[in-house]
Design a protein around this ligand. Structure first.
Ligand SMILES: NC(=O)c1ccc[n+]([C@@H]2O[C@H](COP(=O)([O-])OP(=O)(O)OC[C@H]3O[C@@H](n4cnc5c(N)ncnc54)[C@H](OP(=O)(O)O)[C@@H]3O)[C@@H](O)[C@H]2O)c1
Length: 267
């Protein structure tokens, strides 16, 4: 058993703790945050050990998870760097901070910290998540496996090059599903369905179709062809959505997300 220490006890930490507990993790879980109320809550909900003192938190870590907002990363890591100097042993650290590259992380808190990045989502709470990971070339195979195994406790893990991390982050947000659900349901409501039937129909339309694709037997093109008979209702709706700029709106959304990722990370 190793000790996983979370620096930052906010939304993503709460979801990961839930996912790790659900996956019956063998690791000891410790959270550090500057808000005592959040620590009390995480202790109560997930039986996580809490450590309000940063030095003591870092000193007990085998794996450090950096889960503060991108704008707080540098300040936090400068403090961590001072503790690391006294730890005198290698430490594996995984940053969840969107947009903050490995070269910045290792510059602020360098050796003996070995860095990796991961991008989970709050749906890891239910054990259904996907996490992207990326590693520097120098990271030993055993450390890569430790990181992959940790995130595999609550879902699928994909390794991607760091140059693709921002676009993965923008694409992978579960907010897209909620946004599509809310948009389709309000259009259905405006056209006459009551709210709960509109939400139910929209949720099944989006989720059941995607589950069919995830089963892996059919391509998205063949599923689309099966679901939208030429001259039929679904085809008419999709054609009208495309003509109104559906593809353009999504491309603009992805581009805006990428710009924000770069701005938040100070790139
Ligand atoms: N939320 C997601 O869906 C998600 C998914 C994947 C990755 N991420 C990444 O995960 C990171 C955290 O996101 P989040 O949504 O969990 O943020 P959050 O809810 O704001 O949680 C961050 C926590 O860290 C605390 N904190 C900040 N600086 C600190 C410091 N120097 N010492 C101790 N505690 C400190 C914050 O306290 P204050 O409230 O006082 O600032 C807050 O409690 C971000 O970098 C984000 O890009 C998030």
């Amino acid at each position: 058993m190793s000790t996983v220490v979370f620096l930052g006890g906010g939304r993503v930490t709460s979801a990961m703790l839930a996912g790790l507990r659900l996956g019956k993790t063998i690791h000891r879980l410790v959270v550090h945050d500057r808000n005592p109320g959040k620590l009390r809550d995480l202790k109560k909900r997930y039986a996580a050990a809490v450590e309000p003192d940063l030095n003591r938190a870092v000193k007990q870590a085998d794996v450090l998870i950096v889960a503060v907002r991108p704008s707080s990363v540098r300040e936090l890591l400068q403090m961590v760097g001072k503790v690391i100097g006294k730890v005198n042993r290698p430490l594996l650290a995984v940053s969840l901070a969107a947009g903050v590259p490995l070269r910045v992380l290792s510059k602020v808190a360098g050796p003996p910290v070995q860095w990796a990045r991961a991008m989970p989502s709050p749906v890891c709470r239910s054990g259904r998540g996907l996490t992207a990971v990326t590693f520097p070339r120098i990271l030993p195979r055993a450390d890569r496996k430790r990181v992959q195994a940790l995130f595999a406790s609550f879902g699928q893990v994909v390794e991607i090059p760091e140059s693709k991390f921002d676009v993965f982050t923008v694409t992978y947000s579960c907010s897209h599903g909620y946004h599509a659900l809310a948009t389709l349901a309000s259009a259905a409501q405006a056209a006459g369905l009551d709210r709960s039937t509109a939400l139910l129909a929209s949720a099944h339309a989006l989720a059941d179709g995607i589950i069919a694709w995830r089963d892996g037997k059919h391509s998205v093109e063949s599923l689309l062809e099966e679901a939208a008979t030429p001259g039929g209702i679904a085809a008419a709706a999709a054609t009208a959505m495309d003509a109104a700029g559906y593809g353009r709106a999504v491309r603009q959304g992805v581009a805006a997300g990428l710009r924000r990722a770069r701005a938040n990370a100070g790139k």
